[in-house]
Design a protein around this ligand. Structure first.
Ligand SMILES: [Zn+2]
Ligand SMILES: [Zn+2]
Length: 119
């Protein structure tokens, strides 16, 4: 499945990745298929606060880094000790949903440094 190759992707990205092999596949059916896979627990979603759902090839709970510039998603492994420290301050159990860390990825930082665009 293409999502395995992409790791993390929105329905739109996944649809684009499959378009060459499956030109008949509509974005609507794409949404329907991925919704069923999520329901069955075969794929997961990333808990970003973005409006678009980011699909995850790994169904089990894990932590993510999300780039605030390009929206890129990377799997990260936050040690239990760090999770516990955060949980103590919040009084809630974070491990259930996985932790999302936000920042600017290396690619975007390099791009920023060379282009120097203000936005
Ligand atoms: Zn980025
Ligand atoms: Zn992931």
């Amino acid at each position: 499945m293409a999502l395995q190759r992409l790791g993390h992707a929105t329905n739109l990205e996944l649809h684009e990745a499959l378009a060459a092999d499956l030109p008949e596949l509509s974005l609507t059916s794409m949404h329907r298929i991925t919704a069923r896979l999520i329901e069955r627990g075969e794929i997961g979603t990333v808990a970003t606060d973005a409006r678009t759902v980011v699909l995850d090839a790994r169904p089990e709970t894990h932590d993510h880094f999300v780039c605030t510039k390009c929206g890129g998603v990377v799997d990260i492994e936050i040690p239990d000790s760090a999770i516990n420290a955060i949980q103590q301050q919040l009084g809630t159990h974070l491990a259930d949903a996985g932790v999302v860390v936000r920042g600017v990825c290396a690619v975007c930082r390099t791009r920023e440094g060379s282009a120097q665009r203000s936005s």
